[in-house]
Ligand binder design. Sequence first.
Ligand SMILES: Nc1ncnc2c1ncn2[C@@H]1O[C@H](COP(=O)(O)OP(=O)(O)OP(=O)(O)O)[C@@H](O)[C@H]1O
Length: 332
Amino acid sequence: MNSVSTTPLPPATLKDAAVEVKGVNVVFHRRGSEPYQAVTNLSFTIPQGTVFCLLGPNGSGKTTTINVLNGLLRPTGGDVRVSGLDPTRDRRELLRRIALVPQETALYNELTGAENLEFHAKYYGVAPREVRDRIAHVLELVGLTDRATHRTGTYSGGMQRRLALARALLTDPEVLFLDEPTLGVDVQSRQAIWERIEQLADEGKTVLLTTNYMEEADALGREVHIIDHGATVAHGTQAELKAMVQGSRVVLEFAAPERADRARAVLDAVSPTTVPSEGSLSIAVPRGVETVAFLRQVLDEINAVGGVTGFRFSEPSLQDVFLHFTGRALRD
Ligand SMILES: Nc1ncnc2c1ncn2[C@@H]1O[C@H](COP(=O)(O)OP(=O)(O)OP(=O)(O)O)[C@@H](O)[C@H]1O
């Protein structure tokens, strides 16, 4: 499942690049306020048949980038190609080759799952003789065959997201854009969606997904591109990104979340901390001669706060990479 690779990325050639983004800028002009630069000099290439994660906090420009790629938004500057097409100029042709799963699933809650798919298939011109088979196929893919005749208003959030994915697959797209595909989804559905995404890439489809879940970016794909305030923070395979962060981390577990909060206030002065889960803190430990002195200082500080119930070392996560480059946690 986890496709972390330690080998460097081979350069994508123009021939096998499904998505190319070069120096893209997006500036929004908002009435009564200064122009707002939502995307700054963004560049990346996605080879065909791979999964690519755009990881960033809320408001970092992920949806804006997706809108540029599917031709909804013309960039202020830069160059974009999707399946070799210019998304705004060749939008009609582009829409035949791509599919988008937006954050809002926009299903018809009064219709059943199968009826939602049928409506979409007809709207997007799937050949009538193929509609039934395609619907059965995509329902099977997302594991919703047995709920096909139920109204989607009765589906859980995770099931609605899976149906939205099925809907996008009806037209057999070459490239799929998934905007935060597991936002607010339960753990089981999340796992099912991750598996489908990897399977799609194995079948030759190209998938760009946005997320602000670092676990998602860790679990999926060949390359992660981290953005903040619309600009690139770092990019590479998961292993390459983690290798950019020097040293191990110490994770401290506390008896209660309030204790962890108090310790964080104290320890942030020593080294920026992250919060892997409520009631615990993760602190970067410098390598080299200062390691022992650093650990002694941390232990002295938390001894004063009290309430520590556990202590372990851990290797860097993508959260740590984000913290390393921006000075703050992804989800702060
Ligand atoms: N049409 C618009 N006009 C003006 N500002 C906009 C417009 N669309 C987005 N923005 C601003 O651009 C920034 C990036 O927004 P965007 O929706 O791309 O972020 P995001 O990373 O997808 O966030 P989230 O994770 O919350 O979905 C935000 O500050 C947002 O308010």
